[in-house]
Design a protein. Structure first.
Ligand SMILES: [Zn+2]
Length: 208
């Protein structure tokens, strides 16, 4: 990369590594790298330790698929949460967004959404884990909080049909969610409202 010419090698390497992250262009990467260089060495060492711990300690909850530092996440382990009400989301980060509101239920993270174009079918998502949770019979309501994208909508309909033969209340988060909206980009207020004003769905016809 010609714009890194003349730069000390370790600095150039860091800039290049930082540029690989989503939303970080070469200019931002350079600003960050210089910032780190200006900091005390102990500060930067602590940052390095955090990066290491990130991978060692954060993984996915075996039950809901959200972020966890143990076998189960804090929500699944919390007896005060309504484990019978399950909000279905696409990504672990969606859980973090919803947790900023007042939701008292639990979650199930699909780790994606159905996308025939990209070859993502039900097998690629965490449906088997959801089947199990529903088969046990302790789930009463599914709140479909997949994104307001074409694939997100299709995924919501698929879920409603997949579990149509169970005694489940199925709802879809309200249209406060803008068209094409990923939960990640919604503010806390919009999200809380979208959840509170969720729309109950008629029972879908099961997939045969
Ligand atoms: Zn969990």
């Amino acid at each position: 990369m010609h714009h890194l010419a003349g730069m000390p090698e370790p600095l150039a390497r860091l800039v290049e590594q930082l540029s690989a992250y989503q939303g970080v262009g070469p200019k931002t990467a350079m600003r960050l790298a210089l910032n780190m260089l200006e900091q005390q060495e102990s500060e930067v060492q602590s940052l390095a330790a955090s990066l290491q711990e990130l991978h060692q300690q954060v993984h996915f909850c075996q039950r809901c698929g959200g972020f966890a530092t143990d076998v189960h996440c804090n929500v699944c382990d919390n007896v005060k949460r309504q484990q019978a009400v399950v909000c279905i989301v696409e990504q672990p980060v969606d859980v973090l967004m919803l947790e900023r509101g007042h939701f008292q239920g639990s979650y199930h993270v699909l780790h994606g959404r159905l996308s025939p174009v990209d070859g993502v079918g039900p097998e690629e998502l965490r449906f088997k884990a959801l089947d199990k949770r529903i088969a046990v019979g302790d789930i009463k309501e599914l709140i479909l909080a997949t994104s307001a994208t074409v694939d997100g909508e299709a995924t919501a309909h698929f879920i409603a049909r997949r579990y149509a033969h169970h005694e489940l209340q199925v709802s879809r988060i309200a249209r406060g969610v803008p068209e094409g909206g990923e939960l990640e980009y919604l503010d806390e207020y919009t999200l809380s409202r979208a959840l509170e004003q969720r729309v109950m769905w008629e029972r879908a016809s099961p997939i045969v």
